[in-house]
Design a binder for this molecule. Structure first.
Ligand SMILES: Cc1cc2nc3c(=O)[nH]c(=O)nc-3n(C[C@H](O)[C@H](O)[C@H](O)COP(=O)(O)O)c2cc1C
Length: 380
């Protein structure tokens, strides 16, 4: 992986930013103008009273970086290695379902934008385009598949098999969404994107799912999805069985308790994603950044630990890496870029985030990602 010359990248950040919104708040405000009230509400909101949604960003502010200087960071290496693959930046794109709510090109646009920067794109089960269509759009660029378990287990295994065949390199099993959180914004807007068919692409292209349908009507498809996606029976036996069914590495997304991280490793899981689903599931849960240190300690380097929920700035990446993460997942801001200007919008958001991350890592004194572990963080 080529090293990065920070003076060049800093100049590039100024040029590529133009008048496009820079920060998450500006992106959110601009996206709001381009989206329907219901679509924007679905994307922005959190569960319950949005305590966790707010905590996700405010918690980062409790941690302060204590930088070290005089390290010669003129050539800094921001690359990471996960499961034998090297990626140029220490972040991946979080799985976000129903992206057609933001833009017609949805996952295709995001996959292409991610490919431009060799950033792994994690495609959602409830995506707007199928596993195979997204694979084609992303070409040889790295991609992972996020699995929502199906009550009919054979649908889960078949989707994983399809992902493996289409060149996806890891499976992300989301464990915190066996039922949907209490989302008042959507109730207020009388909005259920799943019921409106926004997340059906992977189901209607799945031969096992098709074989379970009463008939081919839209109602039958939607009912079939709803019957499968509510899966409160999900347990460790399923995780172990899934592990037997694929040769791809499996990560569990939504882990907040160190004990679950330990059980995951005992079940043969290959990676942990510390996440509270962007505050969209159980309101009142711990912020991911607060949950991270204890989980990193428990995992103790046995498998990679990733984190998401509230990553907005380069300094957030530095804090997460210093507190024990191997990489982070970037979420809502890229979705807002998509809503503003499709693929180009996502590319602009990513270009800024890449440069801000590079500058932040260099200014913290880290010459590479490994060195971020030495960065001192104080908690206020
Ligand atoms: C609109 C929206 C849809 C999402 N859909 C999914 C999904 O299909 N699967 C999943 O595992 N996580 C999903 N997530 C959660 C993200 O993967 C990630 O955990 C979250 O966005 C992190 O919070 P942040 O974006 O505020 O940083 C979704 C998040 C949003 C905002």
């Amino acid at each position: 992986m080529p090293a990065v010359n920070n003076s060049d990248s800093f100049i590039e950040s100024i040029v590529t930013s133009e008048s496009f919104p820079f920060n998450a708040e500006e992106l959110e405000a601009a996206a709001k103008k381009n989206m329907s009230t219901a679509a924007f509400g679905y994307t922005r909101s959190g569960a319950g009273g949005e305590e966790t949604l707010r905590k996700n960003t405010s918690s980062f502010k409790k941690y302060s970086i204590v930088p070290k200087y005089l390290n010669d960071v003129s050539v800094a290496d921001t690359s990471i290695e996960l499961f034998g693959r090297i990626f140029p930046h220490p972040f991946l794109l979080a799985p976000v379902g129903m992206l057609k709510l933001s833009h017609e090109d949805a996952d295709i646009a995001v996959a292409k934008a991610a490919a431009r920067y060799h950033i792994p794109f994690i495609q959602s089960t409830v995506s707007s385009y199928s596993i195979e269509d997204v694979a084609e759009a992303s070409g040889n660029s790295p991609k992972w598949f996020q699995l929502y378990w199906s009550n009919n287990e054979n649908i889960s295994y078949n989707m994983v098999r399809r992902a493996e065949k289409a060149g996806y390199e890891a499976i992300v099993l989301t464990v915190d969404t066996f039922m949907f959180g209490w989302r008042e914004e959507d109730m207020r807007n009388h909005f259920s994107p799943l019921k409106e068919g926004y997340g059906k692409a992977n189901y209607i292209t799945d031969e096992v799912f098709q074989s379970t349908l009463q008939n081919e009507s839209e109602e039958s498809v939607i009912q079939g999805i709803l019957n499968n996606i509510y899966h409160p029976t999900l347990n460790w036996k399923h995780v172990k069985e899934l592990k037997k069914r694929t040769s791809l590495p499996i990560l569990l997304k939504g882990v907040l308790h160190p004990e679950d991280a330990r059980l995951a490793i005992e079940s043969g899981i290959d990676g942990i994603i510390v996440s509270n689903h962007g505050g969209r599931q159980l309101d009142g849960v711990i912020s991911s950044i607060d949950a991270l240190p204890a989980i990193a300690k428990e995992v103790n380097g046995q498998v990679p630990v990733l984190v998401d929920s509230g990553i907005r700035r380069g300094a957030d990446v530095v804090k997460a890496l210093a507190l024990g993460a191997d990489a982070v997942l970037y979420g809502r801001p890229y979705v807002y870029g998509l809503a503003i200007a499709g693929q180009e919008g996502v590319e602009k958001v990513l270009a800024n985030f890449i440069q801000e991350t590079k500058v932040s890592l260099a200014l913290s004194g880290a010459v590479n990602i490994k060195a971020t572990r030495e960065i001192q963080i104080v908690k206020e």
